[in-house]
Design a protein around this ligand. Sequence first.
Ligand code: AMP
Length: 284
Amino acid sequence: MVTLIKKTSELELRRGQEKKPVGFVPTMGNLHQGHLSLFEKALSEFEVVYFSIFVNPKQFGPHEDFNKYPRTLDNDLLLIQKTLNKFPKSEVVVFAPAETSEVFPPDSDQVISVEGLSHILEGEVRPGHFDGVATVVHRLFQLVRPTKAYFGLKDYQQYLVIKKMVKDLMLPVDVVGMPTIREESGLALSSRNQYLTDEEKVEALTLSKSMKKLASLINHKKENIQTAMGESQKIKEDRRWNYLEIRDAVTLSEDISESKKIAILGVFQLRETRLLDNLQVELQ
Ligand code: AMP
């Protein structure tokens, strides 16, 4: 059964009556197979799954796409029901607040900030973005009190920020990172892909192809990283790159001398649409 809740007071009431542990999938809606893969994983582990759909204004900059971000609640609910049909024993509570004030009452001005990780790479291009993410996820965790919460590794830096927030604040939730779901072409699924024209969708493949190229140059060997960094400098001569970096996979530090795993993180921009992707590579 799917229960749709739009008010925080109703959510609190329902959560208070829950007898079983809860799995949680936070999203901004406009669901695709990437979101649904997190949902299926949660349903495979929990009989009660909470799913939030909230376009969080705090994580958008003043000139970003908050107003035009696709809001498709009716279709999202159909996809949720269809996925739930595969798990007849499970129940889903969808929290889709109609008003921002349901999540952030006008008098709530606490900001959760994960220093360091939040101000580099994506955080440097989008100042305040990860504070907005950490603040909303923290608030949703307080409301939903999940045992486990599922996030996509597609937003790798976001996943690390949430992991660090949970550790620093000693929150009793297990944060699970799930693999990136891609189109057959290699393009990572994203709600923002629909902003692209057909030609741009082909150009967008530069992102996944370049990261794959760097990963195969590295070929799991630390001694190859210098060569890959040289290649990345050449790739970035194309001005459409916001960044393309090889970093330690845990700290996102540039210093990879002690790294056991690295992450290749990139953002490729087509007109106003910033496409974000990453690959992680284990080192031998
Ligand atoms: P969003 O609605 O974009 O905030 O995403 C909600 C969750 O879905 C986040 O944890 C994302 O990392 C995850 N997600 C988005 N796209 C994908 C994808 N292509 N594969 C796996 N997870 C994804």
